[in-house]
Design a binder for this molecule. Structure first.
Ligand code: MG
Length: 408
């Protein structure tokens, strides 16, 4: 007779321990990969949201690097209030992943120790409810468990000269993922025992093994991959795109318009790009008329006033401030509502300077500032055939329309 796995009893409290203290930047860009944008939010935010959906009552303990506190706080703003309420104060990690996990376990032990803890990598955002359910049941049944997937490649063991010394039977091998799941006190004691620094362990299952426990492997999922290389990020982006649009059905548009006059000078700023000219644009900041129109379009799309309401020109804090601060603020407001920018179309109206030669630089500059694909940013330019203030070369006008998507 096959024994049925025990039902989850309410007294079995679950905690997630998410390890986000790594410095890994193999995936490119300067910042740690867990804080890189993937669509409308950073990787860690995707991971925490997914975990919360999988077990909506589980508390969430994140271990971060002391240098990342600001990035981390920003990442939490994208969670639902229900998820955020379960997030415990962050713990700073140690010199190794092993130490970071132990510090996270100690923090949980000092507050309310759960019955079961699921230890998960920050860079695995595609964890799903089926894996989490298998993890919890396995931890309750076996004490220590980890998800494993069968290997498709044959594995060779090599020596220092890269000569093959053995070919293990592939059928006996599994690649191990996270979340790894444990009865809390078991893994806490195992980590304390392993903390002598004599040996470094690369995953928590190995620490349970070291402490003398048998570890059960339950079925993992190849979709639950870890983001490591730039190719992983491309693959993740494809998955995110498929989901994001379906999840954000509330489509809105906003328009923006701005004008700045010329004054003596030798360059203008348009979309964050410096363009040599015989005048500069007058204004209390860098007078980036294009960025101001786009910022107003974004704020318009969420019906949150205009740039002047968020950054009053009368406030000395914004005197000379770079316009990218205004634009990033508008993008952040959309993200905080769980939304994303779908498209941006802008028109620059002037006789001079000529915009054509700079169009692509401007598109790339804006796309980078807003964490958008370049093919979602359109920049056009026109003259007014010598008519009006732009025709008289007294200044530049800019129009923008933003399309955004919000959750329903
Ligand atoms: Mg302006």
């Amino acid at each position: 007779m096959i024994e049925k796995a025990p039902e989850l009893r309410p007294k079995n409290t679950i905690a997630y321990l998410v390890v986000a203290a790594g410095r890994g930047s193999r995936a490119g860009e300067g910042i740690p990969k867990q804080y890189r944008f993937l669509g409308n939010r950073v990787v860690l935010s995707h991971t925490l949201s997914a975990l919360h959906v999988c077990a909506p009552k589980a508390i969430i303990q994140v271990v971060i690097h002391a240098d990342d506190q600001e990035l981390y706080e920003e990442c939490l703003t994208n969670l639902t209030p229900q998820a955020r309420a379960l997030v415990q104060p962050a713990v700073f990690g140690g010199a190794t992943r092993q130490e970071s996990v132990r510090l996270g376990l100690e923090a949980l032990a000092n507050r309310t120790p759960p019955d079961v803890v699921l230890i998960h990598d920050a860079a695995r955002p595609f964890v799903d409810p089926a894996i989490v359910e298998r993890a919890v049941v396995s931890a309750q049944t076996y004490g220590a468990a980890a998800p494993g997937v069968a290997l498709t490649d044959t594995v060779k063991q090599v020596n220092d000269q890269l000569m093959v010394v053995a070919t293990p039977d592939r059928h006996c091998l599994r690649a191990v993922q996270t979340p790894q799941a444990f009865q809390f006190l078991l893994i806490l004691e195992a980590h304390r025992k392993a903390a002598d620094g004599l040996r470094e362990y690369t995953d928590d299952a190995m620490i349970a093994e070291f402490a003398g426990y048998s570890v059960h492997l339950f079925l993992g999922d190849t979709k639950n991959f870890k983001l490591t290389t730039p190719e992983d990020f491309d693959r993740a982006m494809d998955i995110i795109k498929q989901h994001t649009y379906a999840d954000l059905p509330d489509i809105r548009t906003g328009q923006g318009y701005d004008v700045h006059a010329f004054e003596p000078g030798d360059q203008v700023w348009l979309g964050g790009v410096e363009i040599a000219h015989v005048f500069k644009l007058a204004g209390h900041s860098d007078a980036d008329v294009l960025m101001h129109a786009i910022t107003d379009a974004l704020l318009g799309a969420i019906a949150e006033g205009d740039i002047g309401a968020h950054f009053p020109p009368s406030d000395p804090r914004w005197k000379g401030a770079a316009s990218r601060i205004f634009l990033k603020h508008a993008c952040q407001r959309i993200r905080e509502r769980g939304g994303m920018i779908a498209h941006l179309d802008a028109t620059i109206i002037c006789e001079a300077p000529k915009i054509g030669p700079h169009r692509d630089r401007i598109r790339h500059s804006l796309a980078a500032l807003m964490a958008l694909d370049v093919d979602r940013v359109a920049i056009k330019a026109t003259t007014t055939e010598g008519l009006g203030f732009t025709g008289r070369k007294e200044g530049i006008a800019a129009l923008a329309i933003a399309t955004i998507r919000l959750p329903s």
